[in-house]
Design a protein around this ligand. Structure first.
Ligand code: NDP
Length: 238
């Protein structure tokens, strides 16, 4: 059930469009306070207006998640104004087309700074806050099918998402070794109808073949993951 999250704080990176905005919408409807991090202020404000009057509330926090100082500022603002973080959705991500054998350093840097390092920094800050407040929180990475299988022409995007797969597994081991009850979930969508699609694919055929679903399906998956029971340590475990 989502009951235990009502009134609690969720941070969502990349909340200004697509999957992140849809997750934000559903969490606000369920009664959470959602800090939405992204660069486009107009889009964040638009979402805040759309969600005004719902059970929870959406708070725009203009943030470049590829910059450490921005992420630190966003977490400081959230803690001060909304309270301890209970949920982090690492959703912000960019893709790119090109090759590894002759590709562009600038594109590679921007993909890794956001998809990998931004995710690491946000995760570290969230866990720090959860531990300081004894919160058994939940961190969800929006990974990708490209985190398990590479595609030709996807530049370093699949490598960045393979890193997300590894990071989810590493974090789980770390938290387990600390006997922490913080949960890590990694969700790997296939093709979702959002603004990222033209960055990554030649779209015509995909739309024609109907190989695409809406961001609501992923938001439903997030709600399901958050609804699963808290972890506990069995009395029977050694
Ligand atoms: P969108 O392009 O619609 O959303 C991307 C979000 O990331 C936007 O809110 C954007 O906000 C934000 N973002 C981009 N760069 C930055 C930055 N530097 N700092 C802060 N926020 C940033 O695409 P999706 O909703 O599809 O993408 C969301 C996630 O889902 C990504 O991680 C993507 O890899 C993953 N995914 C998507 C799939 C798909 O088919 N659509 C398939 C598998 C995974 P702003 O520009 O305002 O900063």
């Amino acid at each position: 059930s989502m009951e235990r999250w009502v009134g609690k704080v969720a941070v969502i990176t990349g909340a200004s469009s697509g999957i992140g905005a849809t997750i934000a919408e559903q969490l606000v409807e369920k009664g959470l306070k959602v800090a939405g991090l992204a660069r486009r202020k107009d889009r964040l404000d638009e979402l805040a207006n759309k969600l005004a009057g719902k059970k929870g509330k959406f708070y725009p926090v203009v943030t470049d998640v590829s910059k450490e100082e921005d992420i630190l500022r966003a977490f400081a603002w959230t803690k001060e104004n909304l309270g301890p973080v209970h949920i982090l959705i690492n959703n912000a991500g960019i893709a790119g087309r090109g090759n590894v054998h002759d590709g562009d350093t600038k594109l590679w840097t921007s993909i890794f700074d956001l998809n990998v390092l931004g995710l690491c920094i946000a995760t570290r800050e969230a866990i720090k806050d959860m531990k300081a407040n004894s919160v058994d929180g939940h961190i969800i990475h929006i990974n990708s099918i490209a985190g398990h299988r590479v595609v030709l022409g996807g530049s370093v995007y699949p490598a960045s998402k393979f890193a997300v797969t590894a990071l989810a597994e590493t974090l789980r081991l770390e938290l387990n070794s600390l006997k922490s009850k913080i949960k890590i979930t990694s969700i790997s969508p296939g093709l979702i109808d959002t603004e990222i699609i033209p960055q990554q694919f030649k779209t015509e055929n995909l739309y024609k073949e109907g190989k695409i679903i809406g961001p609501e399906e992923i938001a439903d998956g997030v709600i399901y993951a958050l609804s699963t029971p808290l972890m506990y340590r069995s009395k029977n475990s050694p």
